[in-house]
Design a protein around this ligand. Sequence first.
Ligand SMILES: [Zn+2]
Length: 445
Amino acid sequence: MSALRRPVGPVFWDSCETWSRDELAAHQAASLTRQLARVGRDSAFYRRRFAELGLDPRDLRAPEDLARLPFTRKADYSRSIAESPPWGDFLCIPRERLARIHFSSGTTATPVPQFWSQADLERWADLYARYAYAQGVRPGDLFQCLFTYTWFVGGLGATAGYQRLGATVIPAGSQETERQIRTLFEFGTTVLCGTPSFMVHLGETARGMGFDPAASKVHSITVGGEPGGGISATRRRIEELWGARCYDAYGSLEFQTIGFDCPDQSGPHVAEDFVYAEVVDPDSGEPVPDGTPGVLVLTHLDKEAGPLVRWWTGDVVCRDSAPCACGRRHARLLGGVRGRADDMLVVRGINLFPSAVEQVVREQPGLGGEYRIVVDGSVRNADTGLLNAIRLQVEAEPGSDPARLVAVLEDALKERLRVRARVEVLPLGSLPRETHKARRLVVEP
Ligand SMILES: [Zn+2]
């Protein structure tokens, strides 16, 4: 696979991590000019879009000019695939030059493909190596990859990156929990990657088997694929369980990969040499200042195969471009991804992301790791369909008092989030466990 590369020093993998904001802006402007000219020429979708707008891509010279282009949304992409199956018309290189195709999960819609050239895969591996290096991983570390390899980008992406850095990789996947634990203890695994749900499940199962996860050799855990890594209470739970640092990795199928936690752990740094990031108001589409939540919109700066321009991620973030204590100058997404704009619930006029509920649940002692938010007819106004409350299902650890947990949680949710909840406390192990991506928001008509 990928060739080994050497870091630029003991702290940073790539010199671009500490560029000044001016150096970064110059890099972005030059890359965008090149990329838009190429996309406008080679991608049938964007060629058509530029023509409809009467724009010559060569006229777009500064990042601010991007605002003259509409957002590219998932619906645009799906339509392109449906109208020109199976490849769609976003591709910028001949089909024969594609090195990799990954697909969307297909849980909510028909799976659609995304494309990488060989150079794109090298870039991706190098970004992953950059993240791992920032998180204290070094050549010789033993890395057990618990992201799944099937129909998901995480497994192969992490594998290539950690190999490039010089770590030893065990491509374990997300199945066979007990075998994972035996392997981890027998071989002395030092680094883990997986979904936050699986990291909690793995630790709890290890304890049940008589192993102490905190006594393992694991020192660094990278989580992704779910919002949990950005929720400080969830991260703390994983850190306490494993006696290791837990870092958030932020990516998506379309932009693999976007950002990573540094040792400061205040929110992922966006790889701004790789993507141009805008944060916009979800309704008006206008840019919002740093510190104000908005939807993240991304443009590939150098992707070859299927680059995207002004991609509407749907993820709500809060950007901070101030220097970080770690020395990196790439902007951070404070507190990680707050939630999907689509998953936001409105309860009696209050905007509520499931991640905010998770924060409250995880901080409460006496509860197991799982929870579920249920939205159904029992919490909707029968006439308007609007939500009056949420149902929250949690699990009690043996020995805790269910009635007290109900009262404490209902109070905490009202106090902290101004939301009324009907809390149901179930015995430990009642809710489903997922080793890949957990589905904790259940919306019923
Ligand atoms: Zn930092």
